[in-house]
Design a binder for this molecule. Structure first.
Ligand SMILES: [Fe+2]
Length: 185
C-alpha cells in the first residue's frame, strides 16, 4: 500500500465510525482531533502527534457499540488499535497507542491527584484495565519501549474531552501521517 492509501484507509474508518460517542460529550472524531491538537500545541514530534490522533483507533474497529465501559466490557481497544496500526507505522507511533491504557494505570501510581483528574468514564475503564499499577508493574513499565512517549500521549488523551472545541480536521494531518508510514515492503 502506498502511504497515501494507508492514510485514506485510516480516514475512511474515522469517517465511517468516528461519529460514535467517546462517552464524555465528545465523539470519537472530536476526541482524536483534540488530542492531536493539544500535542501540536505542546510542540510535540510528528510521531507523538500521530499517536495522539490515532490512539483510540481500536475503538472504531470493534462493533461492541458505544460506551462499552458502561456495560463493564474492556475491549482491549489499545491492543486492537496498536496491532492494526503496526502494519503501517513504526514503534514510535504504535507503542504509545498500545500503551495508552497502561499509561493511565502508571500515572495513577506516579502522581497523587492524577486519578482525581480523570473523567468519570476514564475512572470506570481504569477498573476494567486493572486499576492503578503497583510498584513492580510501574518499574517494569518504565523499561518498555517508547515509555516516555506513551506517557506524553496519555496526557493529550486526557485533555481531548472538550465539548465544542474547534480543531483542525483529519486532512490537516495527512502529510504528517504519510511521512510516518513505513515504506512498503
Ligand atoms: Fe482516548
Amino acid at each position: 500500500m502506498k502511504s497515501s492509501e494507508v492514510v485514506d484507509e485510516i480516514f475512511r474508518v474515522y469517517r465511517k465510525q468516528g461519529h460514535r460517542s467517546y462517552g464524555e460529550n465528545v465523539t470519537e472524531n472530536q476526541h482524536a482531533l483534540q488530542s492531536a491538537c493539544f500535542a501540536v500545541q505542546a510542540g510535540e514530534s510528528d510521531s507523538i502527534v500521530a499517536a495522539s490522533l490515532l490512539h483510540d483507533f481500536g475503538h472504531l474497529l470493534h462493533d461492541l457499540g458505544e460506551d462499552i465501559a458502561d456495560q463493564g466490557i474492556d475491549a482491549r481497544h489499545e491492543r486492537i488499535g496498536g496491532n492494526r496500526l503496526s502494519a503501517w507505522f513504526g514503534s514510535e507511533v504504535v507503542e504509545p497507542v498500545r500503551n495508552h491504557a497502561a499509561s493511565k494505570r502508571y500515572l495513577c501510581w506516579l502522581e497523587r491527584g492524577y486519578f482525581d483528574s480523570l473523567s468519570e468514564a476514564s475512572r470506570k475503564s481504569l477498573a476494567l484495565q486493572g486499576g492503578p499499577m503497583n510498584d513492580v508493574e510501574a518499574s517494569e513499565f518504565e523499561k518498555t519501549p517508547q515509555f516516555e512517549a506513551s506517557v506524553r500521549v496519555r496526557r493529550y488523551d486526557d485533555e481531548g474531552k472538550v465539548p465544542e472545541m474547534i480543531t483542525p480536521d483529519f486532512e490537516d494531518y495527512r502529510t504528517l501521517l504519510e511521512g510516518l508510514v513505513r515504506r512498503a515492503e
